[in-house]
Design a protein around this ligand. Sequence first.
Ligand SMILES: Nc1ncnc2c1ncn2[C@@H]1O[C@H](COP(=O)(O)OP(=O)(O)OP(=O)(O)O)[C@@H](O)[C@H]1O
Ligand SMILES: [Mg+2]
Length: 264
Amino acid sequence: MVLNNDIFAKITIFQTSLNKLFITLFFYSLMVTLTYQERFKTIKGVFDEFTNRTLFILQKKGCFDKLVSPIAIGKESNVFLASRNDSQVIVKIYRIQNANFSKMFSYIKKDPRYGFLKNQRRQVILSWAQREYKNLLKANQLKINIPKVIGWKNHILVEEMVGDANPALRLKDSPPKNPLAMFKEIVTGIRTLYKGGLIHGDLSPFNILNFQEKPYFIDFSQATITKTPNSEELLQRDVKIICNFFNKMNISANFKQTFLKVTK
Ligand SMILES: Nc1ncnc2c1ncn2[C@@H]1O[C@H](COP(=O)(O)OP(=O)(O)OP(=O)(O)O)[C@@H](O)[C@H]1O
Ligand SMILES: [Mg+2]
């Protein structure tokens, strides 16, 4: 079929308008997404373009509906509460520019799953977030109390919120009513993870939530597989920190005995 110039010009105009419409729609939907982020203007360096795009993708996938409020600024990430249907979820955004990626690299490169990584900021941080996602999936299969992971993309993770109306408090801020029972449950949790091939690697009263007097392990970004060369050292560190915490609560938590209990 031969198109005369007039028809060809009309088709071109139509296509250009259609493209403009799609672009406008895309940015409009992005704007809808971004308006609530205005509330977080004070948190500098988090909502760059790449982050906004990644949030948009996770939102479109149905991982969350809306960011609600910031809840914590960690060493490497900013953590937000978000809504999802009738529930609340956690959105953890690793900072790309503003994180100590050399330290992260020194940890992650020991993990055989990430032996291929080069010392490049972006690659390290995206892998760091991916590793936390994989760790949470693996830990979830072991049926211990952890938040279920809902989604991951680039440097952002979405997971269940542990808590009811509000996020549960950290063990550090919410000491157990029955320290011995809590200690035993934590040791069982460490053992279950270990037997399942995983070591948390950053376990402490800061990374355990006390929800209805049950321990929930969170923050699996440093967790590694037991095949990692320094994994025993990491396990010892976790056990030592937990024993020290409970010793201060008048529980005789002996490191050697506890370590044996975890590994035997
Ligand atoms: N699933 C969750 N449910 C409820 N609260 C959570 C959850 N995940 C994280 N939090 C809250 O957000 C805080 C920071 O989360 P997390 O420890 O994963 O991030 P982080 O960047 O490693 O922080 P830090 O550097 O302080 O360890 C936690 O101490 C906890 O108060
Ligand atoms: Mg933490």
